[in-house]
Write a protein that binds this ligand. Structure first.
Ligand code: ATP
Length: 647
C-alpha cells in the first residue's frame, strides 16, 4: 500500500509545537485525553449499533486497553469503538476545526507565564495532540465500524504526517506512543511503569463507564512482582486475566458524600473538554413518575465560542447509563448553554432523537426543573460565596441576562441573581434588590444608563444631574441590556428608567429653582428653541431646556418609548427595517454657550452664523454620548474656525 505524506494545517502545527515544547507542566494528563477519546468512540459505536442493528461491528465486549512494552518503550491506548475512515483521520487529526483556535494561539503567545498558558490550553481540542508531550512519535491505526479497510497515521509532530491504508486493522483505534526518555525533573514520568499508569487511570479516569484494562506481558509481569513473586527475565506470565483499572461507577448516580470533589472535577474535564476546575457542581435526583439524575457543572471560564451559533454545548444525555448524545440543547434553555454535565433519564427510549426531545413533555418538565436548580444554585452562591458568584457573573452574566427576555417564567428568579455595575461600585456589582434597598425614600425609579463601556457612559452628559444629586445609576454595558430593561420594565414596583430617555424630573427632590424662575426661563428661551428645532429638523424632533445637565451645554435624549440608537443598530444588524427615530435635543440654560447663543439670537438679524453654532451644539451632543458626527470634516472645519477666533 502506498504511503502519502501530508502537512498539518498551520494552526495544528502551532499547537503541536506547543505540545512538544510542553506548555503544560502536568504531562500525566495525556492519558486522560486519550482514554477520554477512546471512551467517546465506544459510546458512539454502541449508539450507532443501537440505531442500526445491521452495522457490521461487534459490541459484545466494548472496552479500552492499555499496553506497555518496556523494551520498545511504547504505551498503546486501544479501543474497539467507532474508529475513523481514511478521510476522517486526515480531517480530525490533521486539522483543528475549532474556530476559536486562532484566537487561542494568539492569547497563548501573549500569556507571559506558564500558569496563564496552562489556563488557556484547556479550552481547546488539543486532546489527541497531548500525546506529543510524552512521545516523540505517535502511530494511530484505526478502522471505522462497518468498513473493511483501516488506516495508519504516523507523525513525529514536526509539520507532517503520513497516511496509509492497511488491511489487517482490528475494529476501533489504537494509539501507540513511542515514549520520550523519562525526565522526572520536568514531570515527564516513566510511562512504562505499571504502577504509574494505574495511578493515572485511578486519578483521572476512574469514572469512565467502560472497562480500562491493562493487558500484555508487562502487566502480568509487574502484577506478579507486586504480589511478591520473583518475576524477572524470562517469566512471560502471559496467561493472567487482564486487570480492570477503573471502578466504572457513574458518579451522578452515587450519593454526593461518597464522591470526592476531585472525582467530580475529573468527570467535568472529560465531558466539558476543559482542563480547569469547574466553579460549581450541582446534583439533582428526581424521583417519581419520571426519574432522572443530573450532575451539572458551572465552568469557571466562559468558552470562546459562547456567542457562536454552533457552540458546543456540554450537556450529555444518558438513558439508563447508556450514552445517547452530546450537546443536548433540549435540556436547558439557550441562556444556560454554558452549563456542562450529565443527565441520565430512566424512562426515555434509547432511540430518542433530537427532534423528539424538542417536543417531549417530560423533557420540557426536566428542562424547567434543571433551570430552576441552576438558578437556585447561583442564588446560593450570591448569598454564601460572593467571590464565586462574582466570577460566575463576570463570565456568564451577559448570557444569563438573555433569559430576562426569553424566559418570562423564570424572570423573578433571574432578577434575583442578576447584578450590575453601578456608579456606587468601583469594581463590584449590585443586585436590583440591593439598589432598591439603598434608594433614598423620595426616589421613585431605578435609574440606568446603557453604552459600550463603563468609561464611555459614566461621564456622559446624561449623568450630570444624577451625579450632582448623588443618585445611584446602574451602568449597563452588555448589548442584551438594552433589550431586557424594556422587556422587564419594573422591579418591586419601581420603574426601570434610562437616564437618557424621556423627561427626567428630579424636581420632586429639593430643587434650587423656583417654579416662577423656571417659567421665566422657559419664556426667555422659547424663541431660540423653536428656531433651533426648525434648523435641525432633519435630526431632532424637539429642542428643550434640560434638567439633566450641569456642566455640558447639550445632550440628546430619546422619548420614553423610542428605541435608543444602539437598539436601532442592533435591529438593523439583524436585518429588520427600523425607521431612524429623531431624538430630543436638550440645552443647559446655565451653560455660558447656551446663554450666549440665546442672547445673540435675540440681538442679531443675520442668523447664518448662529445656524452654524446651533449645528455645532447638536454635534457636540452627538460626540458626548460616543456617537459620530454625520459629517466629520464639516464638524472639524466649524470647530477649527471658531477656535481660530479665540487666538
Ligand atoms: N480513539 C478514537 N476513536 C475514534 N475517533 C477518535 C479517537 N480519538 C480521536 N478521535 C476523533 O478525532 C477528533 C479529534 O480528537 P481530539 O482529541 O484532538 O479532540 P476532541 O476530542 O474533539 O476535543 P478535546 O480534545 O477537547 O476533547 C475527535 O473529536 C474524534 O472525532
Amino acid at each position: 500500500m502506498s504511503t502519502e505524506t501530508f502537512e498539518f494545517q498551520v494552526e495544528a502545527r502551532q499547537l503541536l509545537q506547543l505540545m512538544i515544547h510542553s506548555v503544560y507542566s502536568n504531562k500525566d494528563v495525556f492519558l486522560r485525553e486519550l482514554v477520554s477519546n477512546a471512551s467517546d468512540a465506544l459510546d458512539k459505536l454502541r449508539l450507532a449499533k443501537l440505531r442500526d442493528d445491521a452495522l457490521d461491528a461487534d459490541v459484545s465486549d466494548l472496552h479500552i486497553e492499555l499496553e506497555i512494552d518496556r523494551d520498545a518503550r511504547t504505551l498503546t491506548v486501544r479501543d474497539n469503538g467507532i474508529g475513523m475512515s481514511y478521510d476522517e483521520v486526515g480531517e480530525l487529526i490533521g486539522t483543528i476545526a475549532n474556530s476559536g483556535t486562532a484566537q487561542f494561539l494568539k492569547e497563548l503567545k501573549e500569556a507571559q507565564d506558564a500558569a496563564g498558558a496552562e489556563g488557556l490550553i484547556g479550552q481547546f481540542g488539543v486532546g489527541f495532540y497531548s500525546g506529543f508531550m510524552v512521545a516523540d512519535e505517535v502511530t494511530l491505526v484505526t478502522r471505522k465500524a462497518g468498513e473493511k479497510q483501516g488506516t495508519r497515521w504516523v507523525s513525529r509532530g514536526e509539520g507532517t504526517y503520513t497516511l496509509e491504508r492497511v488491511d489487517d486493522a482490528p475494529q476501533g483505534t489504537s494509539v501507540v506512543l513511542h515514549l520520550k526518555p523519562a525526565d522526572p525533573d520536568n514531570q515527564l514520568h516513566d510511562y512504562t511503569s505499571v504502577w504509574k499508569i494505574k495511578e493515572i487511570v485511578k486519578r483521572y479516569s476512574d469514572f469512565i463507564t467502560w472497562p480500562i484494562r491493562l493487558v500484555g506481558e508487562q502487566a502480568a509481569k509487574d502484577g506478579k512482582d507486586a504480589k511478591g513473586g520473583e518475576g524477572g527475565e524470562g517469566d512471560d506470565g502471559g496467561t493472567a486475566a487482564p486487570e480492570t483499572l477503573n471502578s466504572m461507577k457513574a458518579l451522578w448516580a452515587r450519593p454526593r458524600d461518597e464522591v470526592s470533589e476531585d472525582e467530580y472535577h475529573e468527570l467535568y474535564k472529560h465531558i466539558g473538554h476543559d482542563w480547569r476546575e469547574p466553579l460549581e457542581t450541582i446534583q439533582l435526583h428526581a424521583e417519581g413518575t419520571f426519574e432522572y439524575q443530573a450532575l451539572l457543572f458551572l465552568p469557571s471560564h466562559a468558552p470562546h465560542d459562547l456567542y457562536q451559533q454552533n457552540m458546543r454545548h456540554g450537556l450529555q444525555l444518558y438513558v439508563k447509563r447508556v450514552f445517547i448524545m452530546d450537546d443536548c440543547e433540549a435540556l436547558l434553555p439557550a441562556y444556560l448553554r454554558f452549563v456542562k454535565g450529565v443527565v441520565d433519564a430512566q424512562d426515555l427510549s434509547l432511540n430518542v432523537s433530537r427532534e423528539i426531545l424538542q417536543q417531549d413533555r417530560h423533557i420540557r418538565m426536566m428542562q424547567r426543573r434543571l433551570t430552576k436548580k441552576v438558578l437556585s444554585s447561583v442564588k446560593s452562591m450570591l448569598a454564601d460565596a460572593p467571590e464565586k458568584y462574582a466570577t460566575f457573573w463576570r463570565e456568564f452574566g451577559a448570557v444569563v441576562k438573555e433569559g430576562l427576555v426569553t424566559d418570562p417564567d423564570n424572570r423573578d428568579a433571574l432578577l434575583a441573581v442578576a447584578s450590575f455595575a453601578s456608579t456606587r461600585e468601583d469594581d463590584g456589582t449590585v443586585t436590583l434588590a440591593q439598589y432598591v434597598e439603598r434608594m433614598p425614600e423620595d426616589q421613585d425609579d431605578i435609574y440606568y444608563v446603557t453604552g459600550e463601556s463603563r468609561e464611555a457612559i459614566v461621564n456622559s452628559p446624561h449623568m450630570e444631574a444624577f451625579r450632582e444629586r448623588g443618585i445611584e445609576v446602574l451602568l449597563l454595558t452588555d448589548p442584551v441590556d438594552e433589550v431586557w430593561v424594556d422587556a422587564v420594565g419594573e422591579f418591586q414596583g419601581k420603574r426601570l428608567r434610562s437616564v437618557a430617555k424621556g423627561e427626567i424630573d428630579l424636581d420632586t427632590r429639593e430643587d434650587d429653582r423656583s417654579e416662577d424662575e423656571q417659567k421665566q426661563q422657559a419664556e426667555a428661551y422659547a424663541g431660540l428653541l423653536g428656531w433651533m428645532r426648525e434648523r435641525l429638523d432633519d435630526d431632532v424632533k424637539e429642542v428643550r431646556l434640560s434638567t439633566r445637565l450641569t456642566r455640558s451645554p447639550a445632550c440628546l435624549v430619546a422619548d420614553a418609548d423610542d428605541l435608543t440608537p444602539a437598539l436601532e443598530n442592533m435591529y438593523r444588524a439583524m436585518g429588520q427595517e427600523v425607521p431612524r427615530s429623531k431624538r430630543v435635543l436638550e440645552l443647559n440654560p446655565d451653560h455660558a454657550l447656551v446663554k450666549g447663543l440665546n442672547e445673540a439670537y435675540g440681538e442679531r438679524e443675520d442668523r447664518a452664523e448662529l445656524a452654524d453654532t446651533a449645528e455645532l451644539l447638536y454635534t457636540l451632543a452627538v460626540v458626548a454620548e460616543g456617537g459620530r458626527p454625520k459629517d466629520p470634516s464639516r464638524f472639524v472645519q466649524l470647530t477649527a474656525d471658531r477656535l481660530e477666533r479665540t487666538l
